[in-house]
Design a protein around this ligand. Structure first.
Ligand SMILES: C[S@@+](CC[C@H](N)C(=O)[O-])C[C@H]1O[C@@H](n2cnc3c(N)ncnc32)[C@H](O)[C@@H]1O
Length: 290
């Protein structure tokens, strides 16, 4: 396995130690600017712009030539399809399929892009060896450890020999937390583990692509609440995340609404104060030709 992107670098001295920045990238796509007005950006789109800003592109696998010439691409768990739509616009000769179990797809889409309701746990409704590139981001915590293995096996099945699979996952273990943000994180991790999930999957993405050629893994660090616009977007994302987790965490941890309110307010305030960051991991590999 080749481990590490040669163009990645450790941080300069004004950043916490171990904070890792990707300075530049071999494969660039056409546009990686974060939109100026965040009021209208939903949580999923917010994290999309965060990912794109961090990696300076929409993908890490060496697929740019294939995309330019025209390939068939699958976006797994595409949600509202921010990645699928941008990629379809950037690479008009390629065809994109976005699948999700929820019908939250955009009302209109480019002609080279279709969306389909699919529950990954029931298998993918595509023949073996269909896609040139299969992309999956932000998915592992929806599945137990065993289910995640089955999901990645399905991704492998539908990828053509010589095609690439890319997995991208966030943390969820943050660095430099305060007491309240630690409480929130520990509770989330407990919940994930209680349903058979594994919080360390993001750090082990390469293991799931064992047997692939050109296997590459790396990560970049993403700031929460500091370091400019990207930190602000991540903080807004966290605000929505605290709200989204409220019911389940209160039930599971037996926290009262008042207790949660304090964790929420204090936890969010701690991120910029402590210079919190999270690592975003990726792995890609080529399905062997034989
Ligand atoms: C955090 S979102 C990530 C969306 C998108 N990949 C992105 O990065 O912008 C996870 C998505 O996975 C979808 N999902 C969860 N379980 C699924 C399943 N069993 N089958 C298909 N999609 C699923 C959810 O509906 C949600 O849209």
């Amino acid at each position: 396995m080749s481990k590490g992107n040669p163009l990645s670098s450790q941080a300069s001295s004004d950043l916490p130690s171990n904070y890792k920045v990707i300075n530049s990238h071999i494969y660039t796509d056409r546009d990686y600017v974060i939109p100026g007005d965040s009021d209208e950006i939903s949580r999923m789109e917010m994290s999309h712009y965060g990912y794109r800003y961090l990696f300076r592109c929409n993908f890490n696998a060496p697929v740019e030539d294939m995309l330019d010439q025209g390939g068939i691409i699958l976006d797994v768990g595409c949600g509202r399809g921010p990645w699928t739509m941008e990629m379809a616009k950037s690479y008009p000769k390629s065809s994109f399929v976005g699948i999700d179990k929820e019908d939250c797809f955009p009302a209109s889409n480019p002609g080279n892009c279709v969306f389909q309701i699919v529950d990954l746990l029931k298998g993918l409704p595509f023949k073996d060896n269909t896609f040139d590139y299969v992309y999956s981001r932000g998915m592992y915590y929806y599945f137990s450890f065993v289910e995640w293995q089955q999901v990645v096996e399905e991704l492998r099945r539908v990828t053509k020999p010589g095609g690439y699979v890319e997995l991208v996952e966030t943390g969820p273990l943050f660095n430099n937390l305060g007491p309240y943000s630690s409480k929130f994180q520990n509770a989330c991790a407990t919940l994930i583990q209680a349903v058979g999930g594994d919080v360390y999957i993001p750090e082990k993405l390469g293991d799931y692509l064992a047997g692939f050629d050109d296997l590459t893994t790396d990560y970049a660090s993403s700031p929460i609440g500091w370091k400019g616009r990207i930190g602000q977007l991540n903080l807004q994302n966290m605000e929505l995340s605290y709200t989204a987790h409220k019911l389940r965490l209160c039930n599971y941890m037996r926290w009262t609404e008042e207790e949660y309110k304090v964790i929420n307010e204090q936890g969010l305030a701690e991120y910029s104060k402590h210079k919190t960051w999270v690592n975003i991991h990726y792995a890609f590999g080529m399905k062997p030709l034989v």
